[in-house]
Ligand binder design. Structure first.
Ligand SMILES: Cc1cc2nc3c(=O)[nH]c(=O)nc-3n(C[C@H](O)[C@H](O)[C@H](O)COP(=O)(O)OP(=O)(O)OC[C@H]3O[C@@H](n4cnc5c(N)ncnc54)[C@H](O)[C@@H]3O)c2cc1C
Length: 532
């Protein structure tokens, strides 16, 4: 405390010595995930000469949730030629891909965002995300990010043909690891400086109230880093158990976290200290069905492999032996991000995904990372699950015997549905009759939180009445307004890149103008964070 007081006095008197680094950065980016790295590269591209990325994690754990992802990017495209622009090499190596993928026009992307959020999405952000998505992927490709067909997570193979979940067709090569590694390589080529184990603690302001730097804790201690602009790209608060309890509810305190341990809401706390307004759904999060044996916290040796998203081709039962969800309501990437929370509400927080041999032939490869429970009969399988046997068998009989209409077709919402049963199964409602039968035990895994700060079209962080905080920008999951109650697979990475690129460019212009106007003088700084 004495040391902090001494530092505080020293800085406020304008005689800061060893605690304030002498050289000033044009732009400091907090975080090193997809959004932050897009911002850093964009800031350099737009002329910021000294750009620093602060990564709270040590080098071997760098990259945030981005590193854990499947690397799936959702974007609007009108035709196969658009995909060719993003992957010219694949036109030769994977010609069948281009003919098998249906277009995903901007109108459909927009409609889907509206559908997923029940209309709550920030309209301007939705329009930006949709209209900039393809151009941003082209920009990423120009930077050196390599893309490939997302066959293993975006498509099912049926009768020898690939059938795609709409809009979920491309991923980065080597998934999130590949994306993250390439971002670091591109940033290094552009002479972006990166400091590891360097946690931003709080924002500093100058005498005019403009953000003018950051207090940072790194292995050498605490220091003040002056900067003309700061971009917060440091994720949500999913790894902070106290905040989870407060904002999401007590049942979330011990939830399994699918990604990084370093996203603890620091950026939100720093921005709120400068009167940024809270925006978006603070009680909402992205939570998916995962293997019950998945680790309590994301493990980089497993990344996203515990995801269990082929449930539209089976039936889900809770421990009481009941169905609780329309497994065929929509394609998996339209329902999975809210299904995890529903599973956590079931007895014991688990659900079994049950498939017969037909359904099992459509499972995505990630199911291979678990050993299912297998039996030649449905009653035999149920017996081995330790769930309410009588109810479960009655539930499956009712499911198998319910009248059906339509024809099974995994390439579309086929309307092959059950009648007179609750919950319904609206599509792909094939009976479970072909042995052997398989059961996979799942629980809910929290990926990231939805609440955040509010930004304008330049990525500036806003206070009440939409007044920008001068010098402060934000991008990625720290920004609220895009996701409410649900989420479309692949939209987080695209949003991070779209808004990260914009925030980096705006921060660079702001730093340039500020350069010309007044030299940076830190005569007054914001409060030093007491935690950490
Ligand atoms: C397992 C998993 C799989 C996913 N798969 C996909 C997918 O395939 N496609 C998709 O679109 N989305 C996916 N998502 C969602 C996706 O992770 C996010 O949308 C995206 O990665 C968020 O990027 P970001 O840059 O905002 O945050 P992150 O990538 O989480 O980066 C945040 C960064 O901030 C750093 N940080 C935090 N606090 C501080 C501080 N005080 N000082 C300095 N640094 C700090 C962290 O260390 C980290 O580097 C997945 C999520 C998970 C967990």
């Amino acid at each position: 405390v004495a040391l902090l007081e001494q530092t505080w006095n020293c800085v406020t008197k304008g005689v800061c010595g060893s605690f304030m680094e002498a050289a000033s950065y044009d732009v400091i980016i907090v975080g090193a995930g997809n959004a932050a790295m897009a911002a850093a590269v964009s800031a350099r591209e737009k002329g910021a000469s000294r750009v620093l990325v602060l990564e709270k994690a040590p080098a071997h754990l760098r990259g945030g949730n981005t590193r854990f992802t499947g690397g799936l990017f959702r974007f609007a495209f009108e035709c196969a030629d658009n995909l060719g622009q993003l992957m010219p090499e694949a036109e030769h190596t994977a010609p069948a891909f281009f003919s098998s993928v249906p277009p995903y026009p901007p109108s459909q992307f927009y409609r889907d965002l509206m559908w997923a959020s029940h209309g709550a999405i920030d309209h301007d952000m939705a329009i930006t995300l949709v209209t900039e998505s393809f151009e941003t992927l082209l920009w990423m490709r120009r930077q050196g990010i390599a893309l490939e067909p997302a066959r293993s997570i975006g498509a099912v193979r049926y009768h020898g043909k690939l059938h795609w979940s709409p809009g979920a067709v491309l991923r980065t090569r080597n998934a999130g690891m590949g994306l993250s590694d390439l971002w670091f390589q591109i940033a290094a080529n552009r002479e972006v400086e990166i400091r590891y184990s360097a946690a931003a603690l709080s924002l500093a302001r100058d005498e005019c109230g403009r953000v003018a730097g950051l207090w940072v804790k790194d292995p050498d201690g605490r220091k003040l880093l002056p900067a003309k602009a700061v971009v917060l790209g440091c994720g949500g608060f999913e790894a902070n158990a106290d905040w989870r309890r407060s904002y999401l509810g007590p049942e979330w305190e011990n939830a399994k976290i699918r990604g990084t341990a370093f996203n603890t809401g620091d950026g939100l706390r720093m921005a709120f200290a400068l009167d940024a307004i809270a925006y978006g759904q603070f009680s909402g999060c992205h939570c998916t069905p995962i293997d019950t044996n998945a680790p309590a916290l994301g493990d980089l040796s497993q990344t996203d492999q515990s995801n269990r998203l082929s449930y539209p081709h089976g039936v889900m039962l809770n421990r009481a032996g009941q169905r609780f969800f329309d497994e065929g309501e929509n394609f998996q990437f339209y329902t999975y991000a809210r299904l995890g929370a529903l599973i956590l509400q079931q007895p014991g927080g688990i659900a079994f995904q049950i498939f017969d041999a037909q359904g099992a032939s459509l499972l995505e490869p990630r199911y291979r990372t678990a050993a299912p429970i297998v039996d030649d009969s449905l009653p035999g399988l149920i017996h081995r699950l330790g769930i309410d046997r009588r109810t479960a068998i009655a539930t499956l009989e009712a499911y198998n015997n319910a009248p059906r209409s339509g024809t099974f077709d995994p390439s579309m919402l086929d309307g092959f549905s059950l009648r007179g049963i609750s919950p319904p199964k609206s599509n792909w409602a094939r009976q479970l009759t072909a042995p052997p039968f398989y059961a996979y035990a799942t629980t809910g895994g929290l990926s990231f939180t939805f609440g955040g700060v509010k930004i304008n079209k330049d990525g500036q962080v806003l206070t009440l009445h939409d007044k920008p905080i001068p010098g402060l920008f934000a991008c990625g999951e720290i920004v609220g307004g895009l996701f409410y109650n649900n989420y479309l697979g692949g939209s987080g990475l695209t949003a991070g890149a779209v808004f990260g690129r914009a925030a980096g460019a705006s921060a660079a212009s702001y730093a340039r103008l500020r350069n010309a106007a007044t030299p940076l003088r830190l005569s007054c700084v914001g409060p030093i964070a007491s935690s950490q």
